[in-house]
Write a protein that binds this ligand. Structure first.
Ligand code: 4AD
Ligand code: MG
Length: 431
């Protein structure tokens, strides 16, 4: 008897096979039970009849608790009305473990209940669909960089040189060296790597002790960052357009089935091709003022502001040239307008908002040192980073894209908490 995965049923029609999995659903009568089986590769309907399975086994199957693990023998039959187009006529069934009553049922559960049971919720059809899209998205991210001659550069998680807002750092005791911090970004390390490798990227977890309780914020999230030598702001935006278009188009093409299950309308995503829209920060402020926002010059866009802007465009939109004082110290000063920096945030449409933060980097030693001091940072900790401006400094640029926010947009989810297997939020570090 051959062992078979549900996804391979089409290749084994009419054969008798064994599958191993779980009972996702069951509908039983006196004579026949319809089981929905799940094996990690797919789901199928299985038909168990009293006549075939006998007086001893059939009553067990008839009342088998949901989520019980099973080894099922049966014949694969084509059945157009069945999900997947095939079903299994059961000829034998072994219960591996009879499940206790599964806490997640058909009725609506609140988000807290589901998050407390994330370890169980993760096996649901919706969550497995999201995790498959995540897998495909991350694979396409790596594929893009591989095809475009970038080298993967794994940046450290423990750092003593901080890249972003120092108020959102997690500190840990690092032996006799005092405090070290969990990385908020791999960018500074990527900058060191371009001198040997030209084009590099990193993809890993990042940590932000932000007290934001929004649908866009996680405490631990995955970010992919790219850094390119001899690339200015314009090249940086062109790279981002090409990259985002590639990952979106490939992911929706490869995961059409899962996205349909999630009821995602693919039409807006199909439009994600270069060029994207571009507006300046000052233009954004004008638009926001006209739409009732009270944002003042010099403030960062809030979540509501991003929602307003992205509602106005049918493709991603770059917001370029923020005031220097809103952004991180490493961004390159605008040559004509020194109160601005050469940066852009990329906002995803349909209300999703910022998915990328990027910029050209300050490559002048004196200006960078001044920016470090102006931001109240300790130049000693940035010794190595400043060195990069002494030994063959070049114009260079890069960006970072949040995997969870991008996935939430691609899947059409309301909240990032479903996009990562075990979300970390201010009030949640369990399970
Ligand atoms: O805009 P951010 O802070 O940029 C950087 O960290 C730069 N060092 C990147 C670079 O230029 N190499 O973060 C980049 C992206 C955001 O646009 C967002 O998608 C995501 O990371 N992100 C978060 N995602 C979920 N939860 C949070 N708390 C996030 N903070 C940032
Ligand atoms: Mg940002």
């Amino acid at each position: 008897m051959i062992e078979c995965l549900i996804k391979d049923f089409p290749r084994h029609a009419q054969e008798e096979v064994t599958i191993r999995g779980w009972v996702s659903n069951r509908r039983s009568s006196g004579k026949v039970s319809f089981l929905v089986l799940r094996d990690g590769s797919g789901v199928c309907q299985a038909i168990a009849e009293r006549e075939v399975l006998g007086e001893e086994l059939y009553p067990e199957i008839k009342k088998i608790p949901l989520e019980s693990s099973v080894i099922v023998r049966g014949t694969i039959r084509e059945e157009p009305r069945s999900p997947g187009g095939y079903e299994l006529t059961v000829t034998g069934l072994e219960i591996v473990q009879k499940s206790e009553e599964f806490p997640i049922g058909k009725k609506e559960h609140g988000p807290d209940f589901l998050l407390n049971n994330r370890h169980l919720w993760l096996r649901s059809g919706r969550q497995t669909a999201i995790m498959r899209v995540r897998d495909t998205l991350v694979r396409n991210v790596r594929e893009y960089f591989h095809r475009n001659d970038f080298t993967l550069l794994d940046s450290p998680i423990f750092t003593t040189t901080c890249g972003e807002d120092t108020s959102s750092l997690f500190s840990v005791d690092y032996f006799d060296l005092g405090k070290a911090y969990l990385s908020q970004t791999g960018q500074l390390y990527l900058e060191a790597a371009i001198f040997g490798l030209g084009k590099v990227y990193c993809l890993g977890p990042t940590f932000r002790a932000e007290r934001s309780k929004t649908r866009r914020h996680l405490i631990e999230f995955w970010m992919v960052e790219a850094e390119v030598a001899f690339a200015d702001h314009e090249k940086n935006l062109a790279l981002q357009e090409d990259f985002v278009s590639f990952i979106v188009q490939n992911t929706i093409a490869e995961r059409a089935e899962e996205l349909a299950y999630l009821e995602r309308d693919l039409e807006p995503l199909k439009k994600v091709t270069p060029p994207f829209y571009r507006i300046t920060y000052d233009e954004a402020l004008k638009i926001l003022g006209e739409h009732g926002s009270d944002i003042q010059w010099g403030a960062d866009l809030g979540g509501d502001d991003e929602t307003i802007i992205t509602g106005l465009y049918d493709k991603p939109v770059f917001i370029e040239h923020y005031p220097k004082k809103v952004k991180a110290f490493y961004m390159k000063e605008h040559p004509e307008k020194p109160e601005y920096v050469k940066c852009a945030d990329l906002l995803a449409p349909e209300g999703y908002g910022e998915i990328i933060g990027g910029s050209q980097r300050e490559d002048d030693h004196g200006k960078l040192l001044q920016a470090i001091l102006d931001n109240g940072l300790d130049p000693e900790r940035y010794g190595w980073y400043l060195d990069l401006r002494k030994y063959g400094s070049v114009p260079h640029s890069g960006f970072g894209l949040g995997i969870e926010r991008t996935l939430s947009w691609i899947c059409g989810l309301k909240h990032v908490r479903e996009t990562i297997p075990f979300p970390r939020m201010i009030y949640r570090a369990y399970p």
